[in-house]
Design a protein around this ligand. Structure first.
Ligand code: SAH
Ligand code: SF4
Ligand code: F3S
Length: 445
């Protein structure tokens, strides 16, 4: 068996594509931990922020010596930087054998055969408007994961002015519901209990495809799969968050009470320049309605600080929105120019040190809010799907609440709880997690 070293950057969609590549390679390659041991090196890349892209170049650059020593090693770059850079990538890094774009994942085996015949470098970055990712069933490889991700739609049509994704992932296309259901059924047969449905904007699932279910209907179809216990999804665009989807949180038992709803900014003026399609008040109104329908729902969000033209006053509106909504957790980023994205042409860029200072203030405020929310869990009993031993504290087990909070907990020795749904009593909090004690098993493993 040959060995593949696969490193994944970026979002869950990239993680999903990496799983598909491993499935395609199964039978011929086994994963390995170190690039030095590999016959095939694959780097699945992200281009969403400048820093992410720089990381790729420095990592791929490091394989130059390895390739000089062992020319038979195949070095491949896939994902969003591969799509964005194409030929430029092999010009800049001649030791790269393969550039595999985001709509060409399924062509990996064919590409490797070509390279074996000496046809290198190979650049496969064609894109089509109507591209539907073919069904690739997960391979049984002994790993028995408890949770999995399934991409239900590819691409994005929103063109937020800061964002490269529509250019590197192509137009929005939904996968057929039969493919999605078949794939999830297969995962459940392999022991998966929780599935996350993925898309850049899942709420427009099926809108362009006549006869397809809506996203809320798709959730209900997925919920009928026996043996599947939990459903999550990401990401939902605030402008398309429908009443129907909000109701699913209250009505579909398996749908977990957590929604990632990226707001980006609290200032309507900035939201307009970002081309987000909603105002501050419209966002807040959706949050209010959501909490009315499902009071226990946990919310998380993404924030960009220092978008071109963001004044101190605009920024304070972001802070006040954070205070008002009280998200369980946020992901915050300094704005950076991206290729193709319109905002790179905006002239009123915010200086780097101002961005850094604003990011710091966002972190400070959110750390307090997250801590307050975490503390409110102390003394409560929560349902946790057990993923296995904690990576940092192997004597503890780890899993997540339905509200997506990480819980590390102790349990009687000798109890095999991986894959079980258990009740845990929360006793304490960490910075980004809860600490507790096992009470009893609800279901499984
Ligand atoms: N589809 C998702 C987001 C995908 S990108 C959505 O619509 O929200 C993930 C996050 O990266 C974005 O939510 C945004 O906060 C951040 N991001 C995207 N482009 C960026 C840029 N040019 N600079 C800084 N952050 C950016
Ligand atoms: Fe990017 Fe906006 Fe599409 Fe999200 S919705 S991927 S931020 S263009
Ligand atoms: Fe990054 Fe591509 Fe995802 S740019 S965030 S890996 S869609």
């Amino acid at each position: 068996m040959k060995r593949v070293f696969l490193k994944t950057f970026g979002c869950q969609m990239n993680e999903y594509d990496s799983e598909r590549m491993l499935a395609l390679l199964a039978g011929e390659y086994v994963p390995c931990e170190a690039p030095e041991e590999a016959d095939l090196i694959l780097i699945n890349t992200c281009s969403v922020r400048r820093k992410a892209e720089e990381k790729v170049y420095s990592l791929v650059g490091r394989f130059r010596h390895l390739k000089a020593r062992r020319p038979e090693v195949v070095v491949g770059v896939c994902g969003c930087v591969a799509q964005q850079e194409g030929e430029r990538l092999v010009k800049r890094m001649p030791h790269v054998d393969l550039v595999l774009g985001t709509q060409n994942v399924h062509r990996l085996p064919e590409a490797l055969r070509e390279i074996e015949k000496g046809r290198r470098p190979l650049v496969l970055t064609e894109m089509r408007r109507d591209f539907v990712p073919p069904l690739i069933l997960p391979s049984p490889d002994g790993r028995r994961p408890v949770k999995a991700q399934v991409t239900i739609m590819q691409g994005c049509d929103n063109f937020c002015s800061y964002c490269v994704v529509p250019y590197v992932r192509g137009r929005e296309v939904s996968r057929p519901p039969e493919d999605i259901l078949k794939e999830i059924e297969c995962l459940v047969e392999r022991g998966v209990r929780e599935v996350t449905l993925l898309g850049q904007n899942v709420n427009s699932y099926g809108k362009k495809e006549p006869g397809f279910p809506t996203f809320a209907e798709l959730i209900r179809l997925v919920a009928e799969i026996p043996g599947l216990w939990r459903i999550r999804f990401t990401t939902s665009h605030p402008k398309d968050l429908s009443e129907d989807l909000m109701r699913a949180f209250a009505e579909v038992d398996k749908l977990c009470e957590h929604l990632h709803l990226p707001v980006q900014s609290g200032s309507t003026r900035i939201l307009r320049r970002m081309n987000r399609g909603y105002t501050r008040d419209e966002y807040l109104e959706k949050v209010r309605r959501l909490r009315e329908i499902c009071p226990e729902i946990a919310l998380t969000t993404d924030i960009i600080v220092g978008f071109p033209g963001e004044t101190e006053e605009d920024f304070r509106e972001t802070l006040s929105l954070l205070e008002e909504v009280r998200f369980d957790e946020i992901f915050s980023f300094k704005y950076s120019d991206r290729p193709y994205a319109r905002a790179r042409e905006f002239s009123d860029k915010v200086p780097e040190e101002v961005k850094a200072e604003r990011l710091e203030r966002v972190h400070e405020l959110q750390a307090r809010i997250t801590q307050e929310i975490n503390r409110s869990y102390i003394g409560k009993t929560v349902e946790v799907l057990v993923e296995g031993p904690s990576e940092t504290r192997p004597e503890l087990l780890t899993g997540r609440t339905r509200t997506n909070h990480v819980v590390n907990f102790s349990a009687p020795e000798g109890l095999d709880l991986k894959g079980a749904l258990v009740y845990v009593l929360i006793k304490d909090t960490g910075k980004h997690s809860l600490r507790g004690e096992y009470l009893k098993t609800v279901k499984g493993p």
